[in-house]
Design a protein. Structure first.
Length: 474
C-alpha cells in the first residue's frame, strides 16, 4: 500500500508566530471551537501539515512541554546492559554509549508525539557493501557506525501489508524518502529518492489503526485544549495591560479645539500612567475603573484539567508541581510513572535489543562477531527518579548484606557473589566500581609468586616500622 505523493515546487509557507485566536482580531466567531482546526485538515499538503505541527511545537511552550515530557522521563536516567560475562558487558555497554542512544531515542519519541510517527535507522559498515534497499545481513556487519532519528516529513511512500489474512499483516516492507533538500540541486536535477528496507530501521507510531499508514499527532489530539489555554494567555495579557483605567469627567476637555484636545489627551496619557498628582476643577472628577478577575481561576483550572485529560499527564506533573520527587509520589504521579514504564517496555526496549543484537553481530565492537542468542544478556532500565547519595549507599548496604547472608548459608559461593557485585558496576542506583576478577584468578598464583609477595610484604612492613620510629627518643 503506497501512501503520500511528491509535490514539486513547494511554495514557501508563511506561519504567524502569534496567538492562535489572533485571526479573529478580537471578534469571537459565532461557532468558536466547533470548526475543525486548520492543523488537522486532511486536504492540506503533507509538507504543510508537518511544518505546521513542528511550528506549533517550536512556538507554543505548552505544546513543547507535552511533546517532550514523556520522552525525557523515559530516557532521563538511562539503562544498562546486564551480562554474565562482565568483560563483554563493559564492551557492549560502551558500544551502546558511543551511539548516543539516549539523545537519539528521546528525539525519536518527540518526533512521534509531534508527527504521529517516527523512525530510528542504523548506519553500518559492511564486509560486502550493499545498498539501503537490500535487507541487512547481520553476518555481513563490520561496524555499527551511527543511529539516527527522523520524522515523517520526508517519508514519500510506506509499503505495508494490509491483508489481515497474511502473517505479515500491518508489517512494513520498506519506506521511500524523497529528496531531503528544499528544491533542486545546482544542476537542476531533482534529488533521487532513497529506499530503505525494513531491516535497517525501527518505526514507532501513536494511535495507529488498521487503515492508517501513520499514527496520530499528540498535538492534533490536544489542539482544542491548546487553543483554549493559548487564548486564555492572550486574554490575560490584555486584561493585565488594561487592568486599571483612569476616567476623568471633564466638560472643559470637550470645549477646546481639536488641537487642544489632542494636546490635553497626550499630556494626560503621559502623566496619568503613574500615581501622579492631578489637579481638577470643581465640577470635574477622576476615578479608577478596575477589571474584575473573579472566577477566572476556575476557568483556568478547567482548561488545565482538560489538557491533562487529553494528554494523559496528571496536572501536578504537567505543571511541574512535585514531579519527579519521592515527596510528591501521590497516586496520580505514581500512575504517570507506570505509564512511562510501559513506554520503556513497549517502545524503547525492543529498539535497544535490536541495536544490541547488531552490535553483537558486528566484528568491531567485541573483537569478533557473536550470535546474540548464544549469550545470556538483558536490558535493565534505571529508576525513573534520581536517588541521592544516602539512598544509593543504603541500596549497596542492603545488597551486600543480602549476599553475605546467602554466602554464609552456603546457598551461593563467594565467586557468585563477586560476579553479582561486578554486574552492578553500571547500575546508577548503586555506587560501585569493581573489576571483573574472581577469587579463582588469585588461586591460580604459583608458589614462587606467593613467596615473592610475602618477601615484599615483609620488607614493606619493616620500612613502615622504621619510618614510624624515626626521630623518637629511646
Amino acid at each position: 500500500m503506497g501512501l503520500f505523493s511528491r509535490k514539486k515546487n513547494k511554495p514557501q509557507k508563511q506561519m504567524r508566530a502569534d496567538f492562535m485566536d489572533y485571526e479573529s482580531k478580537g471578534i469571537t466567531p459565532q461557532r468558536f471551537g466547533d470548526t475543525a482546526p486548520q492543523l488537522v485538515m486532511s486536504n492540506i499538503d503533507r509538507y504543510d501539515k508537518y511544518d505546521r505541527q513542528m511550528h506549533l511545537f517550536k512556538t507554543n511552550a505548552i505544546a513543547h512541554r507535552i511533546a517532550v515530557m514523556q520522552a525525557e522521563a523515559a530516557t532521563r536516567n538511562y539503562w544498562r546492559l546486564v551480562m554474565d560475562d562482565q568483560g563483554k558487558q563493559k564492551v557492549y555497554q560502551k558500544g551502546m554509549d558511543d551511539l548516543n542512544l539516549q539523545a537519539k531515542i528521546t528525539q525519536e519519541i518527540i518526533y512521534r508525539n509531534v508527527n504521529g510517527g517516527s523512525y530510528l535507522n542504523v548506519n553500518v559498515d559492511e564486509k560486502d557493501q550493499t545498498d539501503l534497499a537490500t535487507p541487512l545481513d547481520p553476518h555481513n556487519i563490520l561496524k555499527v557506525k551511527s543511529v539516527n532519528a527522523f520524522g515523517l516529513k520526508h517519508v514519500q511512500k510506506i509499503q505495508i501489508c494490509n491483508d489481515p489474512t497474511d502473517d505479515n499483516y500491518l508489517k512494513e516492507d520498506y519506506i521511500t524518502l524523497d529528496g531531503l533538500t528544499d528544491g533542486d540541486d545546482e544542476f537542476g536535477k531533482e534529488k533521487d529518492s532513497i529506499k530503505i528496507d525494513h531491516t535497517r530501521y525501527q518505526h514507532i507510531s501513536l494511535d495507529k489503526f488498521e487503515d492508517d499508514a501513520v499514527g496520530t499527532s499528540l498535538l492534533e489530539r490536544c489542539y482544542d485544549q491548546l487553543k483554549v489555554l493559548d487564548t486564555a494567555e492572550y486574554s490575560l495579557g490584555k486584561m493585565l495591560y488594561e487592568y486599571n483605567l483612569k476616567v476623568i469627567n471633564s466638560d472643559a476637555y470637550f470645549n477646546g479645539s481639536e488641537a487642544k484636545q489632542e494636546r490635553d489627551k497626550r499630556m494626560l496619557k503621559e502623566g496619568m500612567s503613574t500615581e501622579s498628582v492631578v489637579v481638577v476643577g470643581l465640577d470635574e472628577d477622576v476615578k479608577k475603573v478596575s477589571t474584575s478577575a473573579g472566577g477566572i481561576q476556575s476557568l483556568y483550572d478547567f482548561a488545565w484539567q482538560q489538557l491533562s485529560t487529553a494528554t494523559g499527564i496528571p496536572k501536578s506533573v504537567l505543571l511541574g508541581e512535585q514531579a519527579g520527587t519521592l515527596a510528591g509520589a501521590s497516586q496520580d504521579v505514581i500512575n504517570y510513572y507506570e505509564t512511562v514504564k510501559a513506554m520503556q517496555e513497549q517502545v524503547i526496549r525492543p529498539q535497544l535489543e535490536w541495536i544490541v543484537r547488531l552490535l553483537m553481530w558486528s566484528e568491531s565492537c567485541g573483537g569478533k562477531s557473536e550470535d546474540p542468542d548464544s549469550l545470556d544478556w538483558h536490558i535493565e532500565f534505571n529508576p525513573l527518579f534520581s536517588q541521592d547519595a544516602n539512598t544509593k549507599t543504603k541500596n549497596f548496604v542492603n545488597l551486600a548484606n543480602g549476599l553475605k547472608t546467602l554466602t554464609d548459608a552456603g546457598i551461593m559461593g563467594t565467586d557468585e557473589a563477586h560476579d553479582i557485585l561486578v554486574s552492578k558496576s553500571n547500575d546508577a542506583s548503586i555506587p560501585l566500581e569493581l573489576q571483573a576478577d574472581s577469587a579463582e584468578d588469585y588461586s591460580q598464583l604459583s608458589k614462587t609468586d606467593v613467596d615473592n609477595y610475602k618477601k615484599e610484604k615483609k620488607q614493606i612492613e619493616k620500612d613502615i616500622k622504621k619510618a614510624s620510629n624515626h626521630g623518637k627518643k629511646t
